[in-house]
Design a protein around this ligand. Sequence first.
Ligand SMILES: Cc1ncc(COP(=O)(O)O)c(C=O)c1O
Length: 406
Amino acid sequence: MKSLFTNIMKGFEGYAIGKILKYLNDPGIISFAGGLPSSDVFPLDLIQKAAVKSLKEDWDRVLQYTPIPGEKELMQSIIEYLKKDNIHIEPENIMITTSGQHGLDLVGRLFLEPRDIIVIDLPTFGGALAAFEMEDAEYIAKDIEEDGSDVKGMETEIENFITKGKKPKFIYVVPDFQNPSGITISLEKRLALLSLSKKYGIPLVEDSPYRELRYRGSHLPSIYSLDKNQGNVIGIYTFSKILCPGIRVGFNIGPHEVIKKFSFIKGANILNTPKLNQDICTAFLREYDLDAHFKRSIEYYSEKLNFFLGAIEENFPEDMGVEWTNPEGGLFLWIALPEEINTSELFYKAIEEKVAFVPGDVFYPKGFRRYNTMRINFSYPTKEQIVEGVRRLSSVLKKYKAKKKK
Ligand SMILES: Cc1ncc(COP(=O)(O)O)c(C=O)c1O
């Protein structure tokens, strides 16, 4: 049957992280691989109560098909919630998605013809690359700098492509504590990205799953809010990292003409997002003490981050040539190893020693791959696992280097 598959699907090998996860079934493995928020901060009580209430009081609607764009109560609660982030939108500017990954898929489907160009940071979120690869995307991809996107480099390439008659379809960024690098885009560069978007008429897709999880430094305005509803930005949000990933609820915001089309596409692919899950999110936004919840999550994660950084410092002395980011928030840090280290190879050695990470190459599109980096998730493992896991990681690296030298 394979010969009948579309050309894109013949070459498509799935989401690279998904393939890694199958190696992690052994409970002895200490994993720094998944992008998992910690179940220690899930508001289980609230979720249980909201689910029971919804099934009791609204069971007939919960068990039925519901509107494609989402439940009115949830959309209204989100509109209120976004006001504190200086985002002021109307119901026509929002659609509920079945999580952030779905939100990205909709963007790809709406804008991309095969071999259309997207402007991205290098590295960038692998799930976004997977969604866009399904549309056979090509890239203007520039190395991310300490303060975010290389906006000047992007502009030069955009101009080159426009001269060749190929205008990029959108710019994709994760401004807050980017997955995978942990880097935050500075205010100056947020404004520069917005100017770039306006100057060339290329929409900016702002993916914001980690925005609430800031552990230090000051809060920066979202690019969506900086645009002041002028219609240049599409926001992708999810409840996965602020509530829990299992309920699979998120939302996209943007100009009405875009949201309307998203909803047509959603009708043709998944139809509605389960109402039960949406009701849980509504209860989270309306009934829960969000400030206390975020405070708790921030304290919990920042302690883990500091602990992790301490463990790396201890186990990776300077002469090992290892560098790492020190993120201001989010769930990830990014480790760069000497050029000669291939982390895709190292991954299998690490599995033998029962420790796992995500090899960095999955965060680079085809044609731009780099092999000497790794993504570390510090939020899920316990402190004991962090101590032991980082020790194992350092020992694997030393052995690998020694073998390479022979
Ligand atoms: C930057 C980014 N965007 C989108 C997503 C997808 O989120 P979800 O789990 O809600 O599909 C993730 C998940 O890790 C992410 O890191």
